[in-house]
Design a protein. Structure first.
Length: 378
């Protein structure tokens, strides 16, 4: 199943045939059947939602206890099917190495020595290192085979490969600026003006490390970003989705000078390429983004969707609803939100809907309403 075989704007069911890794791109024994849904839609719930509703703990064992990880994956898939009829009633265990049911990255900051705080009801939190100038200039790409957490995750993949014959899942690899801020701290914002060579060095090292980790994961599982946003499967499961969460904190001019070269390297090495921009201002960076070979954009709530479509005419636009509104608003308001997003996008053959990080207490009716809008084509 190559990247061109999944046509944007159509959702698909991946049917397994004696094959436990349904999202592995170089696959065998997988058949595609078209669904009636004309607009793909995905939902991701916050760890607190899973913890309060299903008792799943997101302590370190969620990510590193192999047997528990497989059991939690079963629990989460069953819950989504039983509650929202998402996925299918599949009770077979999968050789999962990274969950596609929660968002939040810690692998890249941890590789660079950031301590990670794990909590039962929250995503992992990297603790910034706040490196000084000399340490930052001495920063180098870690050996992923011998550096935690990749060393442990690689060992897990080897065991899963022996037991199941394959591995599935991946890790949220965050973004260059996100990770650089965890390493250097807020001083990085000053470096853009006062120490540009230092800033470029840190960003370049992080970029090289991202390429190394992503290239390795792709060879093992065939996917790269289901754990960042599962919506990528509606375009190409092999997309590398680069997280630009903190890009909204710098000007388009700073982005173009310091970050655009990093994205260009990533896009060249890790095609097919996608950009996750969860901020409310994607349109401000769309001119730069349009000069990259991007197949998929995660469009943050509040962004000017019509302008984004105008600036990015050929890309798949994954339109994100606001999880706070999903929690607090009525179903009628959520319906209007979804319909207005789709109307702003115009031609809906190359769009999707999603809502990410919905918290405990989000009404099921609101989730179903968003899915109904997608099912009706908007």
């Amino acid at each position: 199943m190559n990247g061109g075989s999944l046509r944007p704007g159509v959702s698909w069911i991946l049917h397994e045939k004696n094959f436990p890794c349904p999202l592995r791109r170089p696959s065998t024994g997988i058949m595609l059947h078209r669904m009636a849904r004309s607009i793909p839609a995905e939902v991701i719930f916050n760890p607190n939602w899973w913890h309060r509703n299903y008792g799943i703990s997101f302590d370190e064992s969620f990510y590193f206890d192999r047997a528990l990880r497989i059991q939690n994956d079963l629990t989460m898939r069953r819950a989504l099917y039983e509650r929202f009829r998402l996925g299918k009633p599949d009770s077979r265990p999968r050789p999962i190495v990274g969950s596609e049911h929660v968002a939040g990255g810690f692998v890249m900051p941890a590789l660079f020595g950031c301590k990670i705080r794990f909590e039962a009801n929250a995503a992992p939190t990297p603790v910034p290192r706040d490196l000084g100038a000399e340490e930052s200039l001495a920063l180098s790409v870690p050996d992923i085979a011998t550096t935690w957490p990749m060393s442990q995750l690689i060992a897990d993949m080897d065991i899963l490969q022996k037991e199941f014959g394959c591995v599935c899942g991946d890790f949220d690899l965050d973004g260059v600026l996100n990770t650089a801020l965890q390493i250097r701290g807020q001083q990085l914002f000053m470096d853009f003006y006062e120490a540009p060579q230092l800033a470029c060095h840190v960003l370049s090292v992080v970029t090289a490390a991202q390429i190394a980790v992503a290239t390795y994961i792709r060879t093992r599982t065939g996917t790269l970003s289901l754990s960042t946003n599962r919506s990528t499967v509606n375009v190409d499961p092999g997309i590398f989705l680069h997280s630009n969460c903190s890009v909204q904190m710098v000007s388009p001019q700073v982005y173009e000078e310091f970050l655009f070269p990093c994205e260009k390297r990533l896009a060249e090495k890790l095609a097919p390429y996608g950009i996750h921009h969860c901020g409310d201002n994607l349109q401000m960076y769309a001119n730069c983004y349009s000069r990259l070979p991007v197949a998929f954009f995660d469009v943050g709530w509040g962004s000017d969707v019509a302008r984004c479509r105008q600036e990015l005419p050929g890309a798949f636009l994954n339109l994100r609803l606001n999880p706070v509104r999903m929690l607090q608003c009525t179903a009628a308001e959520i319906r209007r939100d979804a319909e207005q997003l789709l109307a702003a996008a115009g031609d809906t053959r190359n769009v999707g809907l999603c809502c990410i990080n919905m918290d405990y207490g989000t009404p099921d009716k609101n989730v179903r309403t968003m899915l109904e809008v997608a099912a009706s084509g908007g």
